[in-house]
Design a protein around this ligand. Structure first.
Ligand SMILES: Nc1ncnc2c1ncn2[C@@H]1O[C@H](COP(=O)(O)OP(=O)(O)OP(=O)(O)O)[C@@H](O)[C@H]1O
Length: 578
């Protein structure tokens, strides 16, 4: 399958700056094509536009196979952590190959690919322990499982030494000669790497300054335009130096090659595009080679995707013992501190404010613990999701449900242990329904906070997310503790506003659990004269909660939970479309 594009322009979304100016080109099957040019020339912009990775601000016509027939491997080495090469290959093969393939057949394909890409000895090595070159090769091996006919790679040699870089490009060259169209961007290739390309597409200042064969063709083209490449000089280096030193050269060479259209094999680009071109961008669905399509992922059901993704998350969770230990330590320390602070205060009629503080501290602890962690770790996972989803590994819905389900067991256990300790040592009555409700409210608060954190992590990067996360918590907490000492005079509209805070709902629910549900009078120490809050009804009256049913704040929490489930899903959807 070939890739061709005509009069392609790309503008930056906010500034409106034009990044590519009406470039045209054609990349043929069975060839390795390099998009070259100085830094900032627009190589990544072009690759992202023709691969479909970028969708906004594009004008022109593009034909680049179907979404299933192409894959994109970005500059960052995005590989799922805590998995070995073999496990990751198996994970990808279960998603990408039709379910009719037996594990033996999948194993044969995996071994063949690992052998071909020189990764056999790394089969039991964890992805985070692989070298830079091995990581790049694994990223390619993973995509090759579905046998794509077009592969786009952004700067695959970045971070590699010259030997590893040449090895990788040689491998790409071999892969392209099996009938695939492989397009890579490379900043400034060495002479050895340059010679491995079948075709090169030079960009400078967002314009095409050369398209065609490397070596003699390029030298000849330069000579025709009065640029004589010195003998024994890498023509790629020479062209980059020309366009960097002399800005007029960009216009001159771009005119000579008609901004990409002038190359002999580009003459019939328009004809190819005629088959299905639209007004703006249009990915023409080209006839697919049945042999190439044989292994493509097209029939893994929701259930298969869900179970495979869930098993990966569980495996990663089991391997990431540090995270589990940190969580256990955090919950244990906080439980110890809270047990000490509120020791036997929940059954003491003279400790009314301590009981309120207990409720606020519980909600603050669960809210803060569960919101801030995803804000920091989730942005990396979103990048991985984006790449795997773009390359058609799985759909969003099975991923979403697998992720949500995977969070339940550990969080439930942590919250249960914490609640049990605080409940017992604070002196709350040992009644099953009260304990279960106290735990349920703590758990719901944790889940709402986690979904809020995941939503922020899905939208923002870790730096901005940490700021937004902290900024969101502050008003929510402010609303949670607002007006407890003047509750009877709180205006109606403020009552409505405070209900928007899930933390407030959590605090209300805990207060009602402590004082309602047929609570017996609290004990009063002998030396205390005024102990009117020993009567739970007085406490509820003071807080203006005497007529509020316990299910109202719990209902508010459930509404918040549903709202943030939806928000998180929509945030992911938006991020994947962006
Ligand atoms: N969103 C944006 N807003 C404004 N300018 C942008 C935006 N994205 C890219 N650019 C600019 O477009 C130009 C091309 O960027 P691009 O990343 O495609 O370059 P490149 O050739 O891949 O560079 P490098 O080899 O250094 O990665 C650069 O000057 C860059 O600053």
């Amino acid at each position: 399958m070939e890739v061709c594009f005509e009069s392609l322009s790309v503008t930056a979304p906010v500034t409106g700056k034009q990044l590519l100016h009406d470039v045209s080109g054609r990349f043929l099957p069975g060839e390795l094509t390099g998009i070259l040019g100085p830094s900032g020339a627009g190589k990544t912009t072009l690759l992202n536009a023709i691969s479909g990775y970028r969708r906004s601000g594009i004008k022109g016509r593009i034909a680049a196979g179907t979404r299933r027939s192409r894959c994109y491997i970005g500059q960052e080495d995005l590989l799922a952590p805590y998995m070995t090469t073999g496990e990751l290959m198996d994970f990808a093969s279960r998603l990408k190959l039709p379910p009719t393939y037996t594990s033996k057949q999948r194993g044969i394909i995996i071994n063949e690919l690992l052998h071909h890409l020189g990764l056999e000895e790394c089969i039991d090595t964890r992805t985070e322990c692989l070298s830079g070159g091995q990581r790049k090769r694994l990223a390619i091996a993973l995509e090759l499982i579905s046998n794509p006919s077009i592969i786009f790679l952004d700067e695959p040699t970045s971070g590699l030494d010259i030997v590893a870089a040449s090895m990788l490009v040689r491998l790409l060259s071999q892969l392209s000669h099996t009938g695939r169209t492989i397009v890579v961007t490379i900043h400034q290739p060495s002479a050895t790497i340059f010679a491995l390309f079948d075709k090169v597409f030079f960009l400078a200042g967002g314009k095409c300054v050369y398209q065609g064969g490397p070596g003699a063709h390029l030298v000849h083209f330069l000579e025709q335009n009065n640029y004589i490449c010195p003998t024994h000089y890498n023509p790629a280096d020479y062209l980059i130096e020309i366009v960097e030193d002399d800005k007029k050269a960009i216009q001159l060479l771009s005119n000579a090659i008609e901004n990409g259209k002038g190359s002999w094999y580009c003459k019939d680009v328009a004809k190819t595009l005629e088959n299905g071109a639209g007004d703006n961008i249009n990915f023409i669905l080209m006839a697919s080679d049945p042999l190439i399509q044989k292994r493509s992922r097209d029939c893994t059901s929701f259930w298969i995707q869900f179970t495979v993704i869930l098993s990966r998350i569980i495996l990663q969770g089991k391997r990431n013992k540090t995270s589990l230990k940190i969580h256990l330590l955090h919950y244990s320390i906080c439980a110890f501190v809270m047990c000490t602070l509120f020791y036997q205060t929940a059954n003491n009629g003279s400790e009314f404010t301590s009981q309120l503080k207990l409720c606020i501290t519980m909600v603050l602890f669960h809210g803060y613990s569960q919101q801030m962690a995803p804000v920091v770790y989730y942005p990396f996972e979103v990048k991985l999701l984006k790449r795997e989803h773009f390359n058609q590994w799985y759909s969003l819905l099975p991923y979403y449900f697998a992720l949500k389900l995977s969070k339940i067991p550990i969080l439930t256990l942590l919250v249960w242990l914490h609640t049990l300790a605080v409940y017992y040592f604070s002196g709350l009555p040992w009644e099953l329904y009260r304990l279960v409700l106290f735990f349920a409210v703590s758990l719901m608060t944790s889940f709402v906070a986690m979904d809020l954190g995941l939503t922020i992590g899905a939208i923002f990067n870790a730096t901005n997310g940490a700021i937004i996360g902290a900024m969101t918590l502050a008003p929510l907490l402010g609303l949670a503790s607002y007006g407890f000492d003047f509750m009877r005079t709180v205006p109606f509209f403020m009552e409505f506003i405070v209900r928007l805070s899930f933390m407030r709902s959590g605090v209300y629910a805990l207060v009602l659990i402590i004082y309602s549900l047929g609570r017996e009078p609290l004990e009063c120490p002998e030396n205390i004269v005024h102990c009117h809050f020993s009567d739970p009804k007085v406490a509820l009256y003071f807080l203006n909660l005497q007529d509020i049913d316990i299910w109202r704040p719990i209902g508010d929490l459930i509404i918040n939970l549903c709202f943030f489930w939806l928000t998180f899903y929509l945030a992911l959807k938006w991020r994947l479309r962006k």
